[in-house]
Design a protein around this ligand. Structure first.
Ligand SMILES: Nc1ncnc2c1ncn2[C@@H]1O[C@H](COP(=O)(O)OP(=O)(O)OP(=O)(O)O)[C@@H](O)[C@H]1O
Length: 238
């Protein structure tokens, strides 16, 4: 489903080139639930942004669901993000002036889906994420856990084969956090949606099939342990 080959992301700073990610390789299978852990600043969000086509690598190849992201132009990348990937963020990123129903329908509307299909899809999604009756309300009228469920409904509206979640439980209390993890797990098991989730919470990561650790710009996992060395920030400057 996902293949990363010799991927680096370099930022040019006044002090020199800084490797947010340095020459990484990884494969994630279709239907896997993968947690990404690692210290602050290690490169986790950068990795997620590359997988979601929100950013491009400085070098190397990123392939997602058969699509080689490097080969896409800006327009194609936008279409890729809209149709192939569902994004879930720590701070939900709902549009405050839109109702729950309208937020969920966003990607459908952007994709020229008919009004009747949008209506029936939103109604089904509302039930799937257990938010019956909340459709006409605004995000500010919902709890954090409910807002995150709206964000997940929005993320899966286009039936993506991949969900990228950046700290989806980071703003939630334990109970709401667990509910969100259960919902993601259900989507993974029942719909075979591949999930890549960044988390700082080891308990949250336990729900995943595999934990990948990113440290100092290096992805470390079972296949990749040989590439690991304990780099300092200075090592990441070219
Ligand atoms: N636009 C940028 N310009 C320069 N450096 C950047 C830029 N974006 C990210 N970085 C650097 O790249 C490194 C990786 O950042 P990233 O956001 O991926 O870390 P992270 O592991 O997600 O951290 P956190 O857990 O705190 O969210 C950090 O050292 C960060 O300062």
């Amino acid at each position: 489903m996902i293949s990363i080959s010799n991927v680096s992301k370099v930022y040019s700073l006044e002090s020199g080139d800084f490797y947010a990610l340095k020459n990484n390789n990884i494969n994630i299978e279709k239907g896997e639930f993968v947690a990404i852990m690692g210290p602050s600043g290690s490169g986790k969000s950068t990795l997620l942004q590359l997988l979601g086509g929100l950013d491009t690598p400085t070098s190397g190849k990123v392939t997602v669901d058969g699509v080689e992201l490097n080969a896409l132009n800006e327009k194609e990348r936008t279409l890729f993000r809209r149709t192939k990937v569902g994004f879930v963020f720590q701070n939900y990123q709902l549009l405050p002036m839109m109702t729950v129903g309208e937020n969920i329908a966003l990607s459908l509307s952007a994709n020229n889906t008919s009004q009747s299909e949008i209506k029936s899809t939103v109604q089904k999604l509302i039930v799937d994420v257990n938010l019956e009756g909340k459709e006409p309300q605004f995000p500010s009228q919902l709890s954090g856990g409910q807002q995150q469920r709206v964000a997940i409904a929005r993320a899966i509206a286009m039936k993506p084969r991949l969900i990228l979640a950046d700290e989806p439980t980071g703003n939630l209390d334990q109970k709401n956090g667990i509910d969100i993890l259960k919902l993601l797990s259900k989507l993974n098991k029942e719909e075979q949606i591949t999930i890549v989730m960044v988390t700082h919470d080891l308990q949250a990561a336990q729900i995943a099939d595999r934990i990948i650790v990113v440290q100092d710009g290096l992805i470390i996992d079972e296949e990749n342990k040989g590439g690991y060395r304990n780099e300092t920030v200075a090592d990441r400057m070219a």
